[in-house]
Design a protein around this ligand. Sequence first.
Ligand code: SF4
Ligand code: SF4
Length: 455
Amino acid sequence: MKTEFSLAQLADPDIQEADKILRKCVHCGFCTATCPTYVLLGDELDSPRGRIYLIKDMLENDRPPTGDVVKHIDRCLSCLSCMTTCPSGVNYMHLVDQGRVKIEKEYSRPILERVVRAMLATVLPRPGLFRAGMIAARFAKPFVFLLPKSSPGRVTPTLFDRIRAMLALAPATLPASGPSAGRTFPAEGRKRGRVALLQGCAQQVLSPEINQAAIRLLTRNGIEVVLVAEEQCCGSLTHHMGLEDDALRRARANIDVWTKEADGRGLDAIIVTTSGCGTTIKDYGYMLREDRAYAEKAQRVSALAKDVTEFVAGLDVTWPSDRKNLVVAYHSACSLQHGQKITQLPKELLSKSGFVVKDVPESHLCCGSAGTYNILQPDIAARLRERKIANIASTSPDIVAAGNIGCMVQIGLSSNADGKFFPVAHTVELLDWATGGPPPESFRGSMKSPRVGSA
Ligand code: SF4
Ligand code: SF4
């Protein structure tokens, strides 16, 4: 794609990057076929190629974002399916990140939308506030019927649609908190390594058992696990909302505490069980490339970051000789398959663990979770969720495995809503179960029924 940035514009390193990315695009349109929003809405401006043109126009002409441009960029899930499909290696992720930052800096959203976004950016990254918010949502849930409903088929959400979506995501009960920050879990037997385990923010409130399973699996296999004190949200949530300063502040704070740990007692890896966070931490090196004080440290942290399945695949695990013969539908989280290019490893590990692993049809399409997307764009998110559930149902699974809490909530939500019951577990919970841990929490109730997975 031809670009026309001026020399003065190209003096800005971000514009230089955008220029490099744009020049790679040959506007072939292959990416449109695998873009969930284009597949659903059929509008070129809701496709990767359309959005690339919108961002190019904004950056090249230094034009403030219009309401229409914002609408189409906001509808992007950042699922990165387009990057997997693109034959020219266009880094859409870094381009749309720039588009979002420009929107947040230069576009004035309607006041109610600003309030919702500010609330999400404040509450979600803070486990204490998030827990309080989930408890409050439980009390508000019975009154959801009082909220006015949008006309059927309305894509652009109202405030009430977003509140309804928020309340729907709140679970009926919250599990007890997991282990506190600062704790170290010693390796069993001969120590073969030492890792930090990202504690996460929403995940530690909604499903602390995921990291507990990871700790059991790792320590059982000779790995010491530390929950680093003063670690905070990785910044992924605010990064995807275009709130660059907040995301970079969080990235720097984490780099400081992880670097101190790595230089102190040593770290072989920083293990991540939420793939959305993993994609962002692996990108810290890029995000802070212009920061002289942090660029090198950020590269080091990004290199240490590993999805839990990546790390476990390198361990000498004794897999069970007996097979559970349970059918596991493997839901490939976008951040894992498109963001980190981890596609086969989780399935291979599940298979070695004795499960019968099935691929979900249309696995490249997002389930609609995408960070705060299912709150900010509830109509599109719900349509994607229903499509995903139908695809999962076609595999007749006993259980669904996924590597990202957002997907687990999104899929779990729907399976209850339309009467089909698929217990949803994190991949690491199944690996832990197969090698000596307890069954995943979501599966325990369903074990009483003779055939799990049907209505
Ligand atoms: S597939 Fe790649 S090169 Fe083709 S239009 Fe999409 S982004 Fe551009
Ligand atoms: S990131 Fe996903 S939703 Fe956004 S343009 Fe690419 S494929 Fe479409």
